[in-house]
Design a protein around this ligand. Structure first.
Ligand code: PMP
Length: 468
């Protein structure tokens, strides 16, 4: 507890709490409970911790929302941002105008990205980076004289964002309830989740089955109609699903065979989370045609997203077009100089401090400590890599049967952790961990032990209430 919190702070907190409850429509929120409970108000953060308006500190086990990679309270970012605001806070980058941070960050991303992914289109986040990828791909095939090549294939449980297009590409079924999606343009194939596979299949056979499914889907739609395949290296919001070994390489081969572009959605996995600046090549051995990223690009200090694409695409879209078309796409804030200054400084910090090496070391220890929780009765599966982990809670480990959703097991575990000073994310019956990448071994031990205690406590209450 922070001893400096005063009565005046408490009154201010009450004002904020009421304003928030009455007027701020939060994203992804169940308003039936929100109206009663309102929000926790967070007022400060430093390192790997955040502090609420009562002065209570928590270890942030979710890195804001998979994004605060370098941790909180970095004065260097504040200074870079302030300097840029004083120099030139904004100017349009439409046409032939630019600013130094936008240009320098694009060159840096081209340098870090694999293969010939040398061209960067900026937006304000991950959803827009994916929408941009779709517009880019459609324009590309139009200009190549292949106007029928428009359809997109993605996976059940893939998450790609919340704009209309990105949500259509998203395959998390719950997210579609109550909404319409663009079914004419998007097709979903099944999720390569090894934990939920038919137990008669080896992991290798399971992989082949999933890869064949992609090929069948392309053939069913017709290769002349399929433009792109979207996939996260590790599915994040769908439950941290690591595909079977060889899956990404084999799906990329299928895409190459039918001239289908491969879009790797690295909104979560880039900028160190798995120990690499980009995971596509360094963790999974593939060079996609397009990488989309956001989040860790600025460590969440300012909004920024990027669509990084290949020379091959650039050559087609940048040449004079027979119909006079140019790539009429972009946003007021494409290449916002202040966000780009934050991005440049963030990457400088990641490199200078050797954060990727730290993740390979302490992230591996984190993975090991979290995997140990798999011995608990409630924990059916522990999956993920390094600082991107998920616990899947079940009623019966042998049959993998889920608990009654009324048990709200994910929420209960998150609440039990919160009581003990740790924030973890509930996701239906699962709990997700994506902490800042600067965690020490002591922090890792605190997270593992707090989770263990919390899960044991929740197991007992679930048993007492007849859910187990
Ligand atoms: N892609 C992935 C893999 C994501 O996890 C997210 C957000 N969690 C997005 C896209 C969308 O990013 P944003 O919320 O910044 O639009």
């Amino acid at each position: 507890l922070n001893p400096n919190v005063t009565a005046a702070d408490a009154a201010e907190k009450q004002k904020v709490w009421e304003a928030d409850r009455d007027h701020f429509m939060h994203p992804w929120t169940d308003f039936s409970t929100f109206k009663e409970t309102g929000s926790m108000v967070f007022t400060a953060a430093d390192g790997v911790s955040i502090e609420d308006a009562d002065g209570k500190r928590y270890l942030d086990g979710i890195g804001g929302l998979w994004c605060v990679n370098i941790g909180y309270g970095r004065k260097e970012i504040a200074e870079a941002v302030a300097d840029q605001i004083c120099a030139i806070p904004y100017f349009s980058t439409f046409g032939h105008h630019t600013t130094p941070p936008a240009a320098k960050l694009a060159a840096k991303l081209a340098d870090l990205a694999p293969g010939d992914l040398n061209h960067v289109f900026y937006g304000c986040g991950g959803s827009v980076a994916n929408d941009t990828a779709v517009r880019l791909i459609h324009f590309y095939f139009n200009q190549l004289g292949k106007p029928t090549k428009k359809q997109i294939i993605s996976r059940i449980d893939g998450y790609h964002g919340s704009t209309y297009m990105a949500m259509s590409i998203t395959g998390v079924q719950f997210d579609h309830i109550g909404f319409d999606i663009d079914e004419k343009l998007v097709h979903h194939i099944s999720c390569p989740n090894p934990y939920r596979r038919n137990p008669d299949l080896s992991e290798e056979e399971f992989c082949r089955q999933k890869v064949d499914e992609l090929e069948q889907k392309i053939l069913e739609i017709g290769p002349d109609n399929v433009a792109a395949f979207f996939a996260e290296p590790i599915m994040g919001a769908g439950g941290v699903i690591v595909p079977p070994k060889g899956y990404h390489q084999a799906t990329l081969e299928v895409c190459r065979k039918y001239d289908v572009l491969y879009v790797s959605d690295e909104v979560v996995t880039a900028f160190g989370r798995l120990g690499h600046m980009f995971a596509s090549q360094d963790e999974f051995g593939i060079v996609p045609d397009i990488i989309t990223c956001a989040k860790g690009l600025t460590s969440g200090y300012l909004p920024l997203g990027a669509t990084i694409f290949s020379d091959r695409i650039y050559e087609v879209i940048s040449k004079p077009q027979a119909d006079g078309a140019i790539f009429t796409h972009g946003f007021t804030y494409s290449g916002h100089p202040v966000s780009c200054a934050a991005g440049l400084k963030n990457i400088e910090i990641l490199e200078r401090e050797g954060v990727c090496d730290h993740v390979k070391d302490v992230g591996a220890y984190f993975e090991q400590r979290i995997r140990e929780l798999g011995e608990l009765e409630l924990v059916g599966d522990v999956r993920g890599r390094k600082f991107m982990m998920c616990l899947e809670n079940v009623a019966d480990k042998r049959t993998k049967a889920l608990l009654d959703p009324k048990a709200k097991v994910g929420n209960r575990i998150a609440d039990a952790c919160q009581k003990r000073g740790l924030i973890v994310r509930p996701l239906a019956h699962m709990n997700i961990l994506s902490p800042p990448l600067i965690l020490t071994r002591e922090h890792v031990d605190f997270i593992a032990e707090t989770l263990r205690e919390s899960i044991l406590e929740v197991t007992e209450t679930l048993r007492a209430e007849g859910f187990l």
